[in-house]
Write a protein that binds this ligand. Structure first.
Ligand code: NAD
Length: 698
């Protein structure tokens, strides 16, 4: 046995559950059986002391968790890095541990300022089986990701950051054990997918022992490994066998009274003799990256700050507010400066991309956008920047260039020119050609997402909201007012509509609205014109007499006959001009010079000669039709409305009318303040709207 102590324990004379800082403590305040706890600790102490020398630190009356020495700090060689506890209840332990290490001759580091680090609870060293020592480190519940970078810099050690996602496994040592020979034992459900991938990349399959839920819940992984002996609170026969196959002896010594506070064997033991191999030769770079973003607007009442935190955490990063200026009046904006930390450069790009969508702006010294060439027609380089609906700029040779043809789900192609003559434009992936240069990553990309201002709520029932039936009349009144203003200034309104418009008897009202000059283009499929023309020719829509609401004998063939008639005439326009079609939506479009684009689908009968059956052409024709549009009215067509929404930049007023709330929410919830959803029957809606528009025109 070595003359130096290898383990530090703390006698649990003052152990108790007095507060709740983890889920295990809930319901256990004041319920610890002190005599049982003492007996279990004594037994563990004797088991460990038979194998290695154990030092014992005095506890303190006010510190009921001090017996969990593993959280005191982290030791490497002769250096002790004290913890910075996340919860104030445990912070007074630190000076006591630090002075013990000082007295024992260790070099005591300064604690990390401002960033939680909970010592060996979240930092487990693996010395062998890897070319260099590896520090497996947990973050998210207690320790911060930032502390991992700090530990890497202080100790020059390779730190592998693993994100914990289950509050019950709040420290890495509750769900992960580095064994000898590069092997590991762990409970997979405690980690996020990104971290499991890291474990799989670092440790081959036959070196990983995945622990099941029932072992994990009884703290089997909270185990102390001393050479080839694993000491734990519990291990199933299967786990004991698996460990034995790898040459480990398992000693089970129950400490379940301590589990009332969320700790077991490993938590009660701090390894203080970790210097077997020389470490820290050369520079070990941390993959952790950070940057700054700023926010401006109604950060607190709009819940934006919370959304920034949630979005960053969900993606495995951390957000830290470094500066916050709260508005003094409710109508003034607040500003904040945040530091965003991520486990890798790729993750940071992904998080910043998400935050820009929420309105955050990168605030570090800007860099030029990274441009990568297209190497295969129709395929973008892997790290391409994926566009949003918001006005965007990219930085090229120090100049910010506005991106043309803004739309979502596209990439940005940059054509470099002399001085500030470079051009940037959104392109669909399928249209890319070899040699074009594409923006990759988020550096040098600036998204100008308008922040909600209180003034925007002037007509709040129309702003990014979903109106219910009771509010439809009010919404229609407001919409009519807006449409009239657009018409008066010579603006453009595009109507996207599905065949339900005809089935619900709305065709006559839409025709009237077109006649009044409120629609400049109609985007639809094959079915709306077919049923509209069928109605004009036969008085039925899909064979149903709309006036009486009953099926007509032989009516099922009407739509085929209508299609045949238009095919015979050559096109809808020719059928109108030949006097074959005498009324209805398509008739009014032709007569009033309204553009229409018909996009085909697999459901289509016919099709009509005007229908694009090539979807690439149809998408291009839709995109051309919505250019410079002020408002898009989406009427009961999920397919065409979503298709159009994807190619519409922010700033265009979207009004979506559908009977299904989820369709409306999906379309209205583009995060842009200009979208409105109205949940109602489209026939009734058009009736109300036509009436309002003709009244205001009268
Ligand atoms: P869709 O499913 O994309 O959209 C229909 C929408 O109408 C749904 O969101 C639904 O909730 C909504 N709706 C239903 N009843 C409503 C009411 N009374 N008031 C308001 N909203 C109501 O389908 P689509 O747009 O009808 O057609 C998709 C494609 O299929 C188009 O290309 C179309 O041309 C083609 N197609 C349709 C028919 C047809 O009869 N529907 C026939 C052949 C081809």
């Amino acid at each position: 046995m070595s003359s130096r102590s290898q383990i530090l324990m703390c006698h649990p004379a003052h152990f108790d559950v007095q507060y709740v800082i983890n889920p295990w403590m809930e319901g256990h305040v004041g319920r610890v059986r002190k005599d049982v706890a003492l007996e279990q600790w004594d037994h563990l102490f004797s088991v460990v002391s038979q194998l290695v020398r154990v030092a014992v630190i005095e506890g303190s009356e006010d510190l009921p968790d001090m017996c969990f020495t593993a959280n005191a700090g982290f030791i490497l060689g002769n250096r002790f890095v004290p913890s910075t506890f996340r919860f104030y209840q445990r912070q007074p332990e630190i000076p006591l541990f630090s002075s013990w290490f000082d007295d024992a001759g260790f070099d005591v580091d300064d604690a990390m300022a401002d960033t939680p680090f909970e010592g060996e609870g979240d930092a487990l060293l693996q010395l062998d089986g890897n070319p260099t020592p590896v520090l497996w480190a947990g973050y998210s519940v207690r320790s911060s990701l930032e502390s991992h970078r700090e530990i890497n810099q202080r100790l020059q050690i390779d730190v592998v950051s693993l994100r914990l996602v289950d509050e019950r496994f709040y420290h890495l040592d509750t769900c992960f054990v580095p064994l000898g020979d590069g092997r590991v034992m762990y409970y997979p459900a405690a980690f996020d997918e990104m971290s499991l991938k890291q474990i799989r990349q670092r440790v081959p399959g036959d070196q990983r022992l995945e622990v099941g839920e029932s072992d994990a819940m009884r703290f089997a992984c909270n185990a102390l490994l001393l050479d080839h002996t694993l000491i734990t609170n519990h291990a199933s026969d299967r786990l004991i066998r698996q460990l034995s196959d790898w040459g480990y002896e398992t000693i089970v010594t129950p400490v379940d009274e301590f589990i009332l506070a969320g700790g077991a064997v490993k938590c009660l033991c701090l390894i203080i003799d970790q210097h077997a191999n020389p470490v820290g030769t050369g520079h070990v770079e941390s993959p952790i990256r950070s940057t700054h973003v700023e926010l401006h607007g109604h950060l607190l009442d709009s819940g934006l700050i919370n959304r920034i935190f949630d979005s960053t955490n969900d993606a495995g990063g951390e957000a830290k507010v470094e500066q916050l200026t709260i508005a003094q009046r409710h109508d003034q904006p607040s500003t904040a400066q945040l530091r965003i930390i991520a486990p890798s450069a790729d993750r940071l790009d992904m998080i910043i991309n998400r935050l820009m969508l929420l309105g955050a702006r990168p605030s570090d010294e800007p860099q030029d956008a990274r441009l990568e060439p297209v190497t295969k027609d129709g395929v973008a380089p892997n790290e391409f920047y994926s566009t949003t609906i918001y006005p965007t700029e990219v930085r090229c040779e120090g100049n910010w260039i506005p991106v043309d043809r803004q739309r979502m789900d596209a990439v940005i192609v940059v054509e470099m020119g002399h001085r500030d003559q470079s051009m940037a434009r959104c392109r669909l992936i399928r249209d890319l050609r070899i040699g074009q240069r594409i923006v990759c990553g988020v550096d040098g990309v600036r998204v100008n997402r308008p922040m909600a201002k209180l003034g925007d709520k002037e007509f709040s029932f129309m702003s990014a909201g979903v109106s219910t039936e009771r509010r439809v009349e009010l919404a229609v009144q407001e919409l009519a007012w807006e449409m009239r203003r657009i018409k008066n200034r010579g603006g453009r309104i595009v109507c996207v509509a599905g065949p339900v418009v005809v089935h619900t008897g709305g065709a006559a009202y839409l025709s009237q609205i077109i006649r009044l000059g409120y629609v400049q283009a109609l985007l639809t499929g094959n079915a709306l014109p077919v049923h509209d023309i069928e109605y004009n020719l036969f008085g039925t829509s899909l064979g149903v007499d709309l006036r009486r609401g009953v099926g007509v004998h032989g009516g099922h063939q009407h739509h085929i006959r209508a299609i045949n008639l238009v095919r015979g005439a050559g096109s809808i326009r020719e059928a109108v001009e030949q006097g074959l079609i005498t009324g209805g939506i398509m008739y009014e479009c032709v007569r009033n010079g309204v553009d229409y684009v018909l996009a085909g689908s697999i459901r289509d009968d016919g099709p009509l000669p005007d229908t694009f059956m090539d979807l690439t052409q149809a998408q291009a024709a839709y995109a051309a039709a919505i250019e410079k549009t002020d408002m898009i009215l989406m009427l009961a067509s999920m397919l065409h409305a979503i298709g159009t929404g994807n190619m519409t930049p922010a700033g265009v007023r979207l009004v979506c009318v559908d009977i299904t709330p989820s369709v409306v929410t999906k379309l209205a919830d583009r995060g842009s303040i200009e979208s409105t959803g109205i949940v109602t029957d489209v026939g009734l809606f058009l009736n109300l709207l036509a009436r309002r528009l003709s009244q205001s025109d009268a």
